[in-house]
Design a protein around this ligand. Structure first.
Ligand SMILES: [Fe+2]
Length: 308
Protein backbone atom coordinates (compact mmCIF):
# COMPACT_ATOMS: atom_id res chain seq x y z
CA UNK A 1 0.00 0.00 0.00
CA UNK A 2 0.95 3.62 -0.45
CA UNK A 3 2.34 4.80 2.89
CA UNK A 4 3.63 8.32 2.31
CA UNK A 5 3.56 11.25 -0.07
CA UNK A 6 7.16 11.72 -1.20
CA UNK A 7 7.21 14.57 -3.69
CA UNK A 8 5.50 16.19 -6.65
CA UNK A 9 7.25 16.91 -9.96
CA UNK A 10 5.86 19.89 -11.85
CA UNK A 11 6.54 21.06 -15.36
CA UNK A 12 7.51 24.71 -15.22
CA UNK A 13 7.42 27.14 -18.17
CA UNK A 14 9.88 29.59 -16.58
CA UNK A 15 12.43 28.07 -14.21
CA UNK A 16 13.61 31.49 -12.98
CA UNK A 17 10.06 32.50 -12.02
CA UNK A 18 9.55 29.09 -10.40
CA UNK A 19 12.76 29.45 -8.42
CA UNK A 20 11.80 32.95 -7.27
CA UNK A 21 8.42 31.74 -6.00
CA UNK A 22 9.58 28.63 -4.14
CA UNK A 23 12.61 30.46 -2.71
CA UNK A 24 10.24 33.14 -1.41
CA UNK A 25 8.11 30.40 0.13
CA UNK A 26 11.12 29.36 2.21
CA UNK A 27 11.94 26.02 0.60
CA UNK A 28 15.56 24.92 0.13
CA UNK A 29 16.47 24.28 -3.50
CA UNK A 30 19.27 22.55 -5.35
CA UNK A 31 20.00 21.95 -9.00
CA UNK A 32 19.85 18.43 -10.41
CA UNK A 33 20.80 18.68 -14.07
CA UNK A 34 18.05 20.72 -15.74
CA UNK A 35 15.74 20.22 -12.76
CA UNK A 36 15.33 22.20 -9.54
CA UNK A 37 14.65 20.08 -6.45
CA UNK A 38 13.19 21.50 -3.26
CA UNK A 39 13.11 20.30 0.34
CA UNK A 40 11.68 21.75 3.55
CA UNK A 41 14.36 22.99 5.95
CA UNK A 42 15.05 20.33 8.59
CA UNK A 43 13.62 17.43 6.57
CA UNK A 44 15.78 15.12 4.45
CA UNK A 45 13.16 14.36 1.82
CA UNK A 46 12.61 15.83 -1.63
CA UNK A 47 9.19 17.49 -1.79
CA UNK A 48 9.10 19.24 -5.13
CA UNK A 49 10.93 18.83 -8.43
CA UNK A 50 10.61 21.50 -11.12
CA UNK A 51 11.10 20.18 -14.63
CA UNK A 52 11.34 22.58 -17.60
CA UNK A 53 8.16 22.32 -19.67
CA UNK A 54 5.87 24.31 -21.92
CA UNK A 55 3.17 24.89 -19.34
CA UNK A 56 2.72 24.44 -15.61
CA UNK A 57 1.30 21.04 -14.67
CA UNK A 58 1.89 17.69 -13.00
CA UNK A 59 4.90 15.87 -14.44
CA UNK A 60 4.53 13.00 -12.00
CA UNK A 61 3.69 12.28 -8.35
CA UNK A 62 5.97 10.14 -6.18
CA UNK A 63 4.66 8.05 -3.27
CA UNK A 64 6.47 5.89 -0.73
CA UNK A 65 5.87 2.30 0.28
CA UNK A 66 7.75 -0.42 2.20
CA UNK A 67 10.17 -2.98 0.75
CA UNK A 68 7.82 -5.91 1.33
CA UNK A 69 4.85 -4.13 -0.16
CA UNK A 70 6.14 -2.90 -3.51
CA UNK A 71 5.77 -6.40 -5.02
CA UNK A 72 2.15 -6.51 -3.84
CA UNK A 73 1.50 -3.14 -5.49
CA UNK A 74 3.15 -4.39 -8.72
CA UNK A 75 0.86 -7.45 -8.65
CA UNK A 76 -2.23 -5.30 -8.00
CA UNK A 77 -1.36 -3.06 -10.94
CA UNK A 78 -0.78 -6.05 -13.18
CA UNK A 79 -4.12 -7.57 -12.11
CA UNK A 80 -5.84 -4.25 -12.83
CA UNK A 81 -4.31 -4.25 -16.33
CA UNK A 82 -2.17 -1.15 -15.73
CA UNK A 83 0.99 -1.23 -17.89
CA UNK A 84 4.31 -0.03 -16.51
CA UNK A 85 5.61 3.24 -17.95
CA UNK A 86 9.13 4.48 -18.63
CA UNK A 87 10.79 6.81 -16.13
CA UNK A 88 11.20 10.34 -17.50
CA UNK A 89 14.65 11.53 -18.48
CA UNK A 90 16.85 13.08 -15.82
CA UNK A 91 15.67 10.94 -12.89
CA UNK A 92 16.62 7.61 -11.41
CA UNK A 93 14.59 4.75 -12.86
CA UNK A 94 13.64 3.10 -9.58
CA UNK A 95 10.39 1.73 -8.18
CA UNK A 96 7.18 1.46 -10.18
CA UNK A 97 6.22 3.92 -12.92
CA UNK A 98 2.70 3.89 -14.37
CA UNK A 99 -0.22 6.17 -15.25
CA UNK A 100 -3.33 6.52 -13.10
CA UNK A 101 -6.79 6.43 -14.74
CA UNK A 102 -6.51 10.14 -15.57
CA UNK A 103 -3.20 9.58 -17.35
CA UNK A 104 -1.16 11.21 -14.57
CA UNK A 105 2.30 9.64 -14.25
CA UNK A 106 2.88 8.01 -10.85
CA UNK A 107 6.08 6.70 -9.26
CA UNK A 108 6.06 4.47 -6.19
CA UNK A 109 9.39 4.00 -4.44
CA UNK A 110 10.54 2.21 -1.33
CA UNK A 111 11.00 5.12 1.10
CA UNK A 112 10.09 6.07 4.64
CA UNK A 113 8.70 9.53 5.34
CA UNK A 114 11.50 11.54 6.96
CA UNK A 115 11.07 13.33 10.29
CA UNK A 116 11.12 17.09 10.66
CA UNK A 117 14.13 17.92 12.85
CA UNK A 118 13.26 21.55 13.59
CA UNK A 119 11.68 21.85 17.03
CA UNK A 120 7.90 21.92 17.31
CA UNK A 121 6.33 25.23 18.30
CA UNK A 122 5.10 25.52 21.86
CA UNK A 123 1.33 25.89 21.86
CA UNK A 124 -0.64 27.38 24.71
CA UNK A 125 -4.02 25.82 25.39
CA UNK A 126 -5.82 28.03 27.90
CA UNK A 127 -8.22 26.07 30.06
CA UNK A 128 -6.44 22.78 29.55
CA UNK A 129 -2.70 23.07 29.55
CA UNK A 130 -0.47 26.14 29.88
CA UNK A 131 2.89 25.39 28.31
CA UNK A 132 4.06 28.97 28.38
CA UNK A 133 4.05 30.32 31.90
CA UNK A 134 5.09 33.76 33.07
CA UNK A 135 6.20 35.07 29.67
CA UNK A 136 4.72 36.72 26.56
CA UNK A 137 3.81 34.58 23.60
CA UNK A 138 3.32 36.97 20.66
CA UNK A 139 5.97 36.01 18.10
CA UNK A 140 8.52 38.42 16.69
CA UNK A 141 8.15 39.38 13.04
CA UNK A 142 11.35 37.54 12.18
CA UNK A 143 10.37 34.05 13.37
CA UNK A 144 11.03 31.00 11.20
CA UNK A 145 8.07 30.76 8.83
CA UNK A 146 9.33 28.13 6.43
CA UNK A 147 7.13 25.10 5.57
CA UNK A 148 7.83 21.91 7.52
CA UNK A 149 6.42 19.24 5.20
CA UNK A 150 4.50 18.68 1.97
CA UNK A 151 1.36 17.29 3.58
CA UNK A 152 -0.99 16.63 0.70
CA UNK A 153 -2.05 17.51 -2.80
CA UNK A 154 -5.44 18.02 -4.38
CA UNK A 155 -5.66 16.99 -8.00
CA UNK A 156 -8.39 17.54 -10.52
CA UNK A 157 -9.82 14.41 -12.07
CA UNK A 158 -12.34 13.83 -14.83
CA UNK A 159 -13.94 10.94 -12.90
CA UNK A 160 -13.65 11.09 -9.15
CA UNK A 161 -15.26 7.68 -8.51
CA UNK A 162 -13.00 5.90 -10.99
CA UNK A 163 -9.91 7.63 -9.55
CA UNK A 164 -10.88 7.00 -5.90
CA UNK A 165 -11.54 3.33 -6.69
CA UNK A 166 -8.10 3.02 -8.30
CA UNK A 167 -6.19 4.66 -5.45
CA UNK A 168 -8.06 2.67 -2.76
CA UNK A 169 -8.52 -0.76 -4.35
CA UNK A 170 -5.29 -1.02 -6.34
CA UNK A 171 -2.90 1.16 -4.30
CA UNK A 172 -4.24 0.66 -0.76
CA UNK A 173 -5.22 4.22 0.15
CA UNK A 174 -8.31 4.81 2.32
CA UNK A 175 -11.27 7.10 1.84
CA UNK A 176 -11.57 9.56 4.78
CA UNK A 177 -14.47 11.79 3.72
CA UNK A 178 -16.17 13.16 0.63
CA UNK A 179 -18.21 16.14 -0.50
CA UNK A 180 -21.14 15.01 -2.63
CA UNK A 181 -20.82 12.23 -5.18
CA UNK A 182 -18.78 14.31 -7.60
CA UNK A 183 -17.35 17.42 -5.90
CA UNK A 184 -14.44 16.18 -3.75
CA UNK A 185 -12.94 13.07 -2.13
CA UNK A 186 -10.27 12.94 0.58
CA UNK A 187 -7.95 9.93 0.65
CA UNK A 188 -5.25 9.04 3.16
CA UNK A 189 -2.29 6.70 3.02
CA UNK A 190 -2.57 3.13 4.26
CA UNK A 191 -1.14 3.00 7.80
CA UNK A 192 -1.02 6.01 10.11
CA UNK A 193 -1.81 9.12 8.08
CA UNK A 194 -2.94 12.70 7.99
CA UNK A 195 -6.68 12.90 7.18
CA UNK A 196 -5.79 13.29 3.50
CA UNK A 197 -2.60 13.04 1.52
CA UNK A 198 -4.43 12.89 -1.82
CA UNK A 199 -7.61 14.85 -2.35
CA UNK A 200 -9.51 15.00 -5.61
CA UNK A 201 -11.98 17.38 -7.20
CA UNK A 202 -13.94 16.90 -10.40
CA UNK A 203 -12.96 18.95 -13.44
CA UNK A 204 -13.12 18.84 -17.22
CA UNK A 205 -9.44 17.86 -17.34
CA UNK A 206 -6.77 16.43 -15.03
CA UNK A 207 -4.54 18.95 -13.24
CA UNK A 208 -3.17 20.09 -9.92
CA UNK A 209 -5.44 22.21 -7.76
CA UNK A 210 -3.03 22.67 -4.87
CA UNK A 211 0.01 21.48 -3.00
CA UNK A 212 -0.32 21.84 0.75
CA UNK A 213 2.53 22.71 3.08
CA UNK A 214 2.45 22.05 6.81
CA UNK A 215 3.42 24.92 9.09
CA UNK A 216 4.39 24.91 12.79
CA UNK A 217 1.46 26.93 14.05
CA UNK A 218 -1.09 29.49 12.98
CA UNK A 219 1.42 32.39 13.23
CA UNK A 220 3.80 30.68 10.82
CA UNK A 221 0.93 29.87 8.48
CA UNK A 222 -0.29 33.43 8.19
CA UNK A 223 3.15 35.06 8.25
CA UNK A 224 4.35 32.81 5.40
CA UNK A 225 1.26 33.73 3.36
CA UNK A 226 1.77 37.43 4.11
CA UNK A 227 5.43 37.24 3.08
CA UNK A 228 4.37 35.93 -0.35
CA UNK A 229 1.65 38.57 -0.65
CA UNK A 230 4.21 41.28 0.14
CA UNK A 231 6.47 39.81 -2.55
CA UNK A 232 3.66 40.45 -5.04
CA UNK A 233 2.07 37.02 -5.34
CA UNK A 234 -1.71 36.74 -5.58
CA UNK A 235 -3.97 35.74 -2.72
CA UNK A 236 -5.86 32.47 -3.20
CA UNK A 237 -8.16 32.21 -0.18
CA UNK A 238 -7.87 32.52 3.57
CA UNK A 239 -7.23 32.31 6.19
CA UNK A 240 -9.91 29.98 7.47
CA UNK A 241 -10.56 26.49 8.77
CA UNK A 242 -11.68 23.51 6.73
CA UNK A 243 -14.24 20.95 7.84
CA UNK A 244 -12.67 17.91 6.15
CA UNK A 245 -9.22 17.59 7.65
CA UNK A 246 -10.11 20.35 10.14
CA UNK A 247 -6.98 22.29 9.21
CA UNK A 248 -6.47 26.03 9.25
CA UNK A 249 -5.62 27.23 5.74
CA UNK A 250 -4.38 30.11 3.64
CA UNK A 251 -3.92 29.66 -0.11
CA UNK A 252 -1.54 31.71 -2.27
CA UNK A 253 -1.35 31.49 -6.07
CA UNK A 254 1.90 30.71 -7.86
CA UNK A 255 2.86 32.69 -11.00
CA UNK A 256 0.69 30.30 -13.13
CA UNK A 257 -2.42 30.57 -10.92
CA UNK A 258 -1.77 27.21 -9.23
CA UNK A 259 -2.52 27.18 -5.51
CA UNK A 260 -0.20 26.52 -2.60
CA UNK A 261 -1.97 25.96 0.70
CA UNK A 262 -0.26 26.58 4.01
CA UNK A 263 -1.90 24.51 6.72
CA UNK A 264 -1.73 23.66 10.37
CA UNK A 265 -3.63 21.38 12.76
CA UNK A 266 -4.91 18.71 10.39
CA UNK A 267 -6.73 15.59 11.64
CA UNK A 268 -4.44 12.59 12.04
CA UNK A 269 -5.88 9.08 11.68
CA UNK A 270 -3.92 6.16 13.16
CA UNK A 271 -4.11 2.90 11.16
CA UNK A 272 -6.23 1.17 13.82
CA UNK A 273 -8.59 4.11 14.44
CA UNK A 274 -12.28 3.65 13.87
CA UNK A 275 -13.05 6.36 11.31
CA UNK A 276 -16.52 6.82 9.82
CA UNK A 277 -16.53 8.27 6.32
CA UNK A 278 -18.76 11.32 6.13
CA UNK A 279 -20.38 12.51 2.92
CA UNK A 280 -21.23 16.21 2.99
CA UNK A 281 -23.71 18.12 0.88
CA UNK A 282 -22.17 19.23 -2.40
CA UNK A 283 -22.18 22.95 -1.71
CA UNK A 284 -19.82 25.81 -0.87
CA UNK A 285 -20.49 25.54 2.88
CA UNK A 286 -18.90 22.09 2.91
CA UNK A 287 -15.58 23.62 1.89
CA UNK A 288 -14.97 25.48 5.14
CA UNK A 289 -16.05 25.91 8.74
CA UNK A 290 -15.13 29.61 8.82
CA UNK A 291 -12.94 31.97 6.84
CA UNK A 292 -12.14 35.66 6.69
CA UNK A 293 -14.06 35.72 3.38
CA UNK A 294 -16.10 33.25 1.33
CA UNK A 295 -14.13 31.29 -1.28
CA UNK A 296 -13.38 33.38 -4.38
CA UNK A 297 -15.36 32.42 -7.48
CA UNK A 298 -12.33 30.85 -9.14
CA UNK A 299 -11.28 28.77 -6.13
CA UNK A 300 -12.12 25.48 -7.86
CA UNK A 301 -11.25 26.66 -11.37
CA UNK A 302 -8.86 24.43 -13.24
CA UNK A 303 -6.38 26.93 -14.69
CA UNK A 304 -4.36 24.13 -16.26
CA UNK A 305 -7.40 23.09 -18.32
CA UNK A 306 -8.06 26.71 -19.33
CA UNK A 307 -4.49 27.12 -20.49
CA UNK A 308 -4.63 23.89 -22.52
FE1 LIG B 1 -5.60 21.14 1.12
Amino acid sequence: MIRSLQYVALTCPDMNEGKKFYDAMGLEGRKDGEHLVYRCAGRAQDQLRLVPGEKKGIAWIAWGTRAGEIEILAKNLDKAGVPMAAAPGGVENNGLWFRDPDGVLVNIIVAEPQPQTRAAVEINNPGTEYLRKGRRGAPNRNIDTRPRKLGHILKFTTDINRDAKFYTEVLGMKLSDRIGDELAAFLRCGGDSDHHTLAMATSEAPGLHHMSWEMGNVDQLQMCAERLLKAGYQDGWGMGRHIYGSNYFHYIRDPWMGLNEFFWDIDFIPEDAHWEVEKAEANEESLFQWATSPPPEDFLKNYEAVAA
